[in-house]
Design a protein around this ligand. Structure first.
Ligand SMILES: Nc1ncnc2c1ncn2[C@@H]1O[C@H](COP(=O)(O)OP(=O)(O)OP(=O)(O)O)[C@@H](O)[C@H]1O
Ligand SMILES: [Mg+2]
Length: 344
């Protein structure tokens, strides 16, 4: 008798990968990260959470690999290894019939990038011909409880690690969308650049992200939060510590925040009037880890003079959306008229 694997849904994010197993819910949530040993043949030493624990403590021939960049696969082989590891971890290995799969993709991907995800997923253990690629903003909108199948316009802005996806959704499809390569990772990069310019100090990615969590804001705050950051002085090459404050980090994050705002404006300007009216009433819905940046919702609301709502669990919307799709296969029929469909 064949042992059939349960359907599996994966939100393959630039920063975090989450796995949802049918009728179980989210069973895995780990960074999209690996530690690899270089040599004649590269060997993977750790994935996800374990890789993060090793970060910063790696030595010699060990290096950290982020297989995705800007929402798309940068390192094909590594993505395949990682998916295989996460799929096994989520559902085990003693299956004779491979699972059906559902994976999120950015809304701007090329045919080649889609094919790369498909092949990596199939080689990693998803049943051939049984994989559905779902666009991230659709998954995020569904997961945040928006009425995506109704004849009503909803706007979702998913600010992830590598991408920001803005989409207007109605009748089970994306009416208009914009995907930009700006997200949390670019915010960290903006902080690194600012500290480099101002203090001649090079700080690491993790330090920059920590500073963003502690001091970052999309709006100018009337506070005097400060922090010490440690890095390498670019003049002397020696370790150095400097004091930074929240106003500096606000300045550093201005540009990525304005890019996100411009993407929303781009979509709003092209939204048909009836749907724009629905969005005016229902508000703009923010999801993704980047939407947790202090003041992001108020920044967008003030600039656009529109209601903005932050999802309850912004980092879980996409996985819950694609997970619910995997549990309700008949919903695919209602998506037929949209550009997001079963991938052949
Ligand atoms: N409180 C917070 N303030 C600011 N940024 C945050 C906060 N919490 C998480 N983030 C950022 O959110 C990003 C990760 O979000 P998320 O998990 O939604 O991305 P992802 O789905 O992996 O990426 P993508 O969808 O773009 O491929 C990281 O850059 C992280 O620094
Ligand atoms: Mg995401």
């Amino acid at each position: 008798m064949a042992i059939i694997a349960p359907d599996i849904a994966i939100d393959l994010g630039t920063s975090n990968t989450q796995v949802y197993v049918k009728n179980k819910g989210v069973v895995l949530n780990e960074p999209t990260l690996m530690v690899v040993q270089d040599g004649k043949k590269k060997t993977v030493k750790a994935f996800g959470d374990d890789a993060r624990l090793m970060l910063g403590r790696t030595m010699g021939d060990l290096s950290a690999v982020r297989p995705l960049e800007d929402g798309v696969i940068r390192d094909y082989d590594m993505t395949e290894y990682m998916l295989e590891f996460f799929i096994r971890k989520a559902i085990g290995t003693s299956r004779l019939v491979r699972p059906r799969g559902w994976i999120t993709i950015p809304s701007r991907v090329t045919a080649v990038e889609r094919k790369a995800v498909r092949e990596a997923a199939e080689n990693a253990g998803i049943r051939r011909g049984a994989l559905h690629l779902i666009e991230k903003p659709f998954a995020a909108a569904l997961g945040s409880g928006l009425p995506v199948f109704e004849p009503k316009g909803s706007m979702v802005v998913d600010i992830g690690g590598g991408t920001t996806e803005v989409a207007v959704i109605s009748l089970g499809g994306i009416v208009i969308s914009r995907s930009i390569r700006t997200g949390g990772v670019k915010m960290d990069g903006a902080i690194i650049e600012y500290v480099k310019q101002k203090f001649n100090l090079l700080i690491g990615d993790r330090t920059a992200e920590d500073v963003k969590f502690d001091l970052g804001a999309a709006l100018k705050m009337n506070d005097s939060r400060r922090a010490f950051v440690r890095g390498r002085d670019l003049v002397t090459n020696l370790p150095q510590t400097v004091e930074i404050n929240s106003t500096m980090i606000y300045e550093a994050l201005k540009e990525p925040c304005l890019e996100i705002l411009a993407a929303i404006q781009f979509v709003l300007e092209r939204t048909p009037p009836e749907l724009a009216g629905d969005i005016m009433r229902g508000g703009i819905h923010l999801t993704g880890g980047g939407s947790l940046l202090c003041g992001m919702d108020r920044f967008i609301a003030t600039e656009l003079d529109m209601p903005v709502l932050l999802a309850k669990e912004p980092m879980e919307c996409a996985i819950l959306g694609i997970g619910h799709l995997s549990e309700n296969i008949d919903w695919l029929q209602r998506m037929i008229a949209s550009p997001i469909q079963r991938d052949e």
